[in-house]
Design a protein around this ligand. Structure first.
Ligand code: F6P
Length: 347
């Protein structure tokens, strides 16, 4: 039985890399907290830095109007990790103590931390300190453990798919091999989904070790079969030399081996910018509203999550420090293979 009575004052922050849908989530938490539960909402600026420095603004319902469709985050974000205890000069930085002090000094009843894996790890550690914390999972990488999907992913898939669609026409005109590098250091979800949605011929992701000889033979075979161009989608995190981008390495190697003109595109931060898709607006809104409900219910130390399209919660301690990677046995990969997509790992 939870004895938490009536939360009155809550904080929200957005941490880690930004993504489309953050403002929709802030709005979902804030409007539900204010309108449905009569709470006061403080927005902390620039991720955990705002909590450390006591840098915040009060978010009234009027400030939460008109932000649903906006990209980025009205609160700003940072990659501040308060539990990296040793500062540059080798001394302890005391940031967690500052957060705890500010939490109590400001009379906070709970803090909603919107972020990815790193943020959930920090959220868990703060929760272990006795603070009331709720996590909301976001990232274009879709790699947060404990949920079926993060918001930001659908928008990024749309952007990356549009880019691949555009590469098809220019690749065809020039009969070239086009390499497109998609974000994802550890998880290949974005490269996989946009690669399949965009009709990529070869898709290379970190979870499936590839062999460039296999890729080269595949491209040569495509030419023999009178397919005059090829689209190769690579996740930024595939194995490649440190002094080159993944796309540059793959492009140079393919061109040298096949003699076919090869060009590379690194899509970069465009994947994180702009307005969220309707699916991401809805997901972020559901997550946000549910987080406010969790505060009202005293359901702390949890991350809101989606399982089989139902919003639920998972304990933060199960989430922190883990990544949800693409399973090589995923049915979608098998179906794509059967339809002729190469993952560079088998002939
Ligand atoms: O948001 C996730 C992500 O986009 C990764 O895929 C990417 O490698 C990383 O963030 C880069 O972000 P930053 O340069 O902001 O650290």
């Amino acid at each position: 039985m939870n004895t938490f009575a009536k939360p009155k004052r809550i904080g929200i922050l957005t941490a880690g890399g930004d993504c489309p849908g953050l403002n929709a989530a802030i709005r979902g938490v804030g409007k539900t907290a204010i309108v449905e539960f009569g709470m006061q909402v403080l927005g902390f600026n620039a991720g955990f830095s705002g909590l450390i420095n006591g840098d915040f603004i009060e978010l009234k319902a009027s400030q939460l109007s008109g932000i649903l469709t906006l990209g980025g985050t009205i609160l700003g974000t940072s990659r501040e990790k308060p539990y990296k205890l040793v500062a540059e000069d080798g001394k302890e930085n005391h940031k967690p103590e500052k957060i705890i002090e500010n939490y109590h000094h400001l009379g906070l009843d709970a803090v909603v931390c919107i972020g990815g894996n790193g943020t959930m790890k920090t959220a868990h550690l703060l929760s272990q300190e006795g603070l009331n914390i709720i996590g909301i999972p976001k990232t274009i990488d879709n790699d947060v453990w404990g949920t079926d999907v993060t918001f930001g992913f659908d928008s990024a898939v749309q952007i990356a798919t549009d880019a691949i669609d555009r590469l098809h026409t220019t690749a065809n005109s020039h009969q070239r091999v086009m390499i497109i590098e998609i974000m994802g250091h550890n998880a290949g979800w974005l490269a996989l989904y946009s690669g399949i949605a965009g009709g990529g011929d070869i898709i290379l992701i970190p979870e499936l070790p590839y062999n460039l000889d296999v890729v080269i033979r595949n491209i040569e075979k495509r030419y023999e079969d009178k397919k005059p161009y090829s689209i190769v989608v690579v996740a930024e995190g595939i194995e490649h030399p440190k002094n080159q981008s993944a796309a540059n390495y793959v492009a140079k190697t393919i061109e040298a081996a096949t003699g076919v003109e090869t060009r590379e595109t690194v899509l970069g931060y465009i994947q994180r910018g702009g307005s969220p898709t309707p699916m991401d607006r809805i997901l972020a809104t559901r997550y946000g509203a549910f987080a406010a409900q969790c505060i009202a219910d005293g359901n702390f130390g949890t991350m809101v999550a989606i399982h089989k399209n139902e919003v639920t919660t998972v304990p933060l301690e199960e989430v922190g420090g883990k990544l949800r990677l693409v399973e090589p046995s995923l049915g979608l990969i098998q179906k794509a293979r059967n339809m002729g997509v190469s993952f560079g790992d088998e002939e």
